[in-house]
Design a protein around this ligand. Structure first.
Ligand code: BES
Ligand code: MN
Ligand code: ZN
Length: 499
């Protein structure tokens, strides 16, 4: 899909689909101009009442006589003068859905003329691009016949711009939005790949591939022998039951000055989580192929930042392993020594995410980072608490949590801060080791975060629990690519990139 800008009067444009906002009560802006040209056909269509006047409703109208456009997609904007961002989002979603299924090869997007509260052109274009890209995405790598459902006709979308200034911000939004889209796509592909096609070694291969694609990225892969030397007994305990070798993947993106302290992203990369000896029940266990979505989002975010050429240094650390029962597997009650020196009593081998993350967090210390953010499909309890709309944020620094929430709000990839009070960690007490890997069932997302916080004492740190947001279930089953938009936006804000 290509995105471009277009100046000039939209009503005169030769396009296969003119996407225009309409207030069913009376045509305004582009709609009014078009209606003047086509002798009131539009007003007549609106008066017929087939298009309900509220955001989220659209009507495709082919063959308007006298208009150079092949068809017009009428997008209801409702009566309010200025729309809430969420209402505008509904308009954009509906328009993107209609365009995805339409026969038009190109479209001229004119929804930018609708005023939105506290939002500018840049944001509107970012939203449109995000929405269109998400709708176009299909995962058919493993189907013998590609493109089995509705083949995509749409090849190009142009954004109507009024003047030079607007063109500058629209182009910027296209550049940023395309970078983020590329990162999301990569994260979704990796997430959707099943565990026999996406092993820790496959993730490492992908990270190495990025290093060949971008000069700004270097990738190093730490194998189990080196992990042992580093003292990563916790990470190694998770991989003990599988034949698939674990990998600690380190990607360094250099976009800032040499001495600038990096932001470190840490991703949970469990390529399949059976639960280990504390075996999971069979229902929906296939979805545990998504247990590496944190890792995928870290890889995707690094790719996006490289594409956008963000002036910042970023390190991505992926802790990749498969969690299997088997000969040699870790057993409940086993005690291991983490890289930090803390000993851990593993009471439940299904609480493996924290076990790989804690060693990766300790490894992050060597970068003297400005901040560390880990991303993990960590707890089922987070899905219970927040549903599938928001990722959970846990942080040892409220400012950092607020910045992440703001980035999520801006991109529509929302997250919500949860408390991380000391009391929640009390249940992690062990009679035999420094700490246990599980505590009480109540508030167990916070207990998990509390476990991680013990390995994040040396830097500003936030943990994103994406168990509810990384993938969808049911008929729409598939990876979402979240929280790539949130992370890239956060880093863009940190880099003070112009919008
Ligand atoms: N990967 C799971 C968390 C998960 C489960 C995410 C279901 C999304 C849907 C994680 O490794 C896990 O098994 N967590 C346990 C922790 C428990 C043993 C303390 C959980 O959430 O039940
Ligand atoms: Mn588990
Ligand atoms: Zn897991």
């Amino acid at each position: 899909m290509r995105f471009t800008t277009k100046t000039g009067k939209p009503e005169n444009a030769e396009t296969e689909c003119l996407v225009i906002p309409v207030d069913a009560a009376k045509p305004e802006g582009v709609a009014a101009a078009l209606d003047g040209q086509i002798k009131g056909q539009l007003a007549k269509i609106l008066a017929a009442g087939d298009l309900e006047n509220k955001p989220g409703k659209v009507l495709m109208v082919p063959g308007l006589e006298g208009a150079p456009a092949t068809r017009a997609l009428l997008v209801a904007r409702g009566k309010s003068k200025e729309l809430e961002p969420g209402e505008y989002g509904k308009m954009v979603e509906a328009a993107a859905t209609a365009l995805r299924g339409a026969a038009a090869a190109d479209a001229l997007w004119c929804l930018g003329e609708v005023p939105v509260k506290e939002r500018d052109t840049y944001w509107k274009v970012r939203l449109a691009l995000h929405s269109l890209s998400s709708h176009i995405y299909r995962f058919d790598l493993l189907k013998s016949k590609h493109d089995t459902d509705t083949p995509l006709k749409l090849k190009r979308v142009s954004f109507a711009v009024a003047d030079r200034d607007e063109r500058t911000s629209v182009n910027r939004a296209i550049r940023h939005g395309s970078g983020i889209d590329e990162g999301m796509r990569l994260a979704r592909d990796l997430g959707n790949l099943p565990s026999n096609h996406c092993t820790p070694s496959d993730l490492a291969r992908q990270a190495r591939k990025l290093a060949t694609q971008y000069e700004s990225i270097t990738t190093r892969v730490i194998d189990e022998r080196r992990m042992k030397q580093l003292g990563m007994g916790s990470l190694l305990s998770v991989t003990a039951g599988t034949r698939e070798p674990a990998r600690l993947i380190v990607m360094e993106y250099k976009g800032g000055r040499t001495r600038q302290a990096p932001h470190v992203l840490v991703g949970k990369g469990i390529t399949f989580d059976t639960g280990g000896i504390s075996l999971k029940p069979p229902a929906a266990m296939d979805e545990m192929k998504f247990d590496m979505c944190g890792a995928a989002s870290v890889i995707g975010t690094i790719a996006a930042c490289a594409k956008i050429e963000l002036p910042l240094n970023i390190v991505g650390i992926v802790a990749a392993a498969e969690n299997m029962p088997g000969d040699g597997a870790t057993k409940p009650g086993d005690i291991v020594t983490s890289m930090s020196g803390l000993t851990i009593e593993i009471l439940n081998t299904d609480a493996e995410g924290r076990l790989v993350l804690c060693d990766a967090l300790t490894y992050a210390e060597r970068y003297k980072p400005r901040a560390v953010i880990d991303v993990a499909t960590l707890t089922g309890a987070c899905v219970v608490a927040l549903g599938r709309h928001a990722s959970g944020i846990f942080a040892n620094d409220d400012g950092l949590a607020r910045e992440l929430m703001a980035a999520g709000e801006f991109t529509g990839d929302r997250a919500w801060q949860m408390p991380l009070w000391e009391e929640y960690g009390q249940t992690l007490h062990s009679n035999f080791a420094d700490v246990a890997n599980v505590g009480g069932r109540e508030g167990s997302s916070i207990v998990a975060a509390s476990f991680l916080s013990r390995f994040a004492r040396k830097f500003k740190w936030a943990h994103l629990d994406i168990a509810g947001t990384a993938w969808l279930t049911g008929t729409k089953k598939g990876a979402t690519g979240r929280p790539v938009p949130l992370l890239v936006q956060f880093l863009m804000n940190r880099a003070k990139v112009a919008q």
